[in-house]
Write a protein that binds this ligand. Structure first.
Ligand SMILES: [Zn+2]
Length: 112
């Protein structure tokens, strides 16, 4: 991946840097995502930098941290707690994100 792109929460306190734009985003319908309503873009954790003050939510097996801005509440990303190599970034936070330019996958998983 070549060109780094940026994003931020609504108030601007939390910033994202990503190694390239996503080509695919996932709308997940698990119990947490159907409430947060992010569009997840999956990246290797080495290719994502999240800076600024976030609050964290963990649930279930507590394998991931959901990060949201502690001022405006925007859900920015989930990051693995162990050495899992991938993370999910909320593509809605990417500067100039164009849903029409990516492939949207809808995951109808209401079991978790
Ligand atoms: Zn914010």
């Amino acid at each position: 991946m070549a060109e780094w792109i940026t994003g931020s929460c609504h108030c601007g306190a939390v910033q994202l840097s990503l190694a390239g734009p996503p080509s695919v985003v996932t709308e997940c319908h698990c119990s947490i995502c159907r409430r947060y309503a992010p569009l997840w873009a999956y990246y290797q954790t080495d290719y994502v930098f999240l800076t600024g003050p976030t609050d964290i939510y963990r649930w279930g097996r507590k394998q991931v941290d959901f990060h949201r801005c502690n001022t405006c509440g925007c859900v920015m990303a989930w990051l693995p707690r162990g050495d899992y190599p991938e993370c999910g970034v909320n593509a809605r936070m990417i500067d100039g994100f164009d849903l029409g330019a990516v492939t949207l996958i809808v995951e109808e998983d209401s079991s978790v």
